[in-house]
Design a protein around this ligand. Structure first.
Ligand code: NDP
Length: 279
């Protein structure tokens, strides 16, 4: 297996596995749009790409990676699988399908996309993932959209969950979940990290520091994520915004500025309830 060597800032996910703090989100792009956006993002310096079975763009993402001309071993590639593959052996089948679609022979990170608690097999899925990691097919594993109680069920069988990818922006701060992550060594990856480019970017807690620092509100927001030690996977199809979103490592926010952004949490939680939503 080739070994990823990061060019940009990373965090240690599991011993010897470093994950770049900013990754390129690929939902909802498909086909040639996804291929071109991924190729362009890698050209713009991204070394971490996030996709999933459910986005139906893994083939297109794989093509973008190949067209970039950058060695697979220089990239950190995350994908996720759907509920039909929850099970120790089924996860292995999901791995086979995902790697074929992506055109790679290993994954850097493979995630349970949604817990699907009604199906009741996410613990087995995690056990299957741990086995794939132990055998060297995937470099690390994790989960997505898991609440504290879902994580606890996995932790109860003795597994250490390396990462949980969840919806996180200043208005959706999920403080209780993040406290559980900190207490149990679960790395947080923020999806929809820009609040989908919506109203939050106009809040004075972001526009104030942006003006002061000569940065954009999106950069301040992404800096807030990385300064809190999180991975963030902003999606942009635009070359300029891709570069902007990656350029968050040469300035910093003060503790007061971080606190003011933390204070925007509405307590409402994520858009989708992972006890009810599934695929
Ligand atoms: P984001 O918070 O990344 O916002 C994306 C939107 O913001 C797009 O409309 C984009 O437009 C715009 N945008 C990007 N950069 C900027 C900028 N610098 N300034 C202003 N606007 C900007 O939301 P997503 O929901 O797309 O989340 C990102 C990724 O997270 C997804 O692509 C996917 O990979 C992952 N995800 C995971 C989920 C899960 O269940 N695990 C669920 C949802 C998403 P433009 O392209 O025109 O720049």
């Amino acid at each position: 297996m080739s070994r990823f060597k990061a060019a940009g800032p990373t965090a240690e996910l599991t011993p010897g596995v470093n994950i770049p703090l900013i990754g390129m989100g690929t939902w909802p792009m498909k086909g040639s749009e996804a291929t071109e956006a991924v190729r362009q993002a890698i050209d713009n310096g991204y070394r971490h790409v996030d996709t999933s079975e459910n986005y139906e763009n893994e083939e297109a993402v794989g093509e973008g990676i190949r067209r970039s001309g950058v060695d697979r071993g220089e990239l950190f590639l995350t994908t996720k699988f759907n509920s039909r593959w929850h099970g120790r052996d089924a996860v292995r089948t999901a791995f086979g399908h995902a790697t074929r679609r992506l055109g790679t022979d290993y994954l850097d990170l493979f995630l349970v996309h949604w817990p699907n608690p009604a199906q009741g097999r996410f613990v087995e899925a995690c056990e299957g993932l741990q086995q794939l990691a132990d055998e060297g097919f995937i470099r690390a594993w994790g989960v997505s959209n898991f609440k504290t109680e879902h994580l606890q069920q996995v932790q109860h069988v003795g597994l250490v969950v390396p990462l949980n990818q969840v919806q996180l922006d200043p208005e959706c701060g999920q403080p209780a979940l993040l406290a559980h992550h900190r207490a149990h060594g679960v790395m947080t990856a923020a999806y929809s990290p820009l609040g989908r480019g919506g109203a939050v970017l106009g809040h004075p807690a972001l526009t104030g520091p942006a003006e002061m620092l000569g940065r954009s509100p999106a950069q301040v927001l992404l800096r807030w994520h990385v300064q809190h030690g999180r991975v963030a996977i902003p999606k942009s199809a635009d070359a300029g915004r891709q570069r902007e979103n990656l350029d968050v490592f040469s300035f910093s926010l003060t503790p007061g500025q971080l606190d003011a952004i933390d204070a925007l949490d509405t307590g409402a939680g994520p858009r989708l309830d992972s006890d009810a939503f599934f695929h």
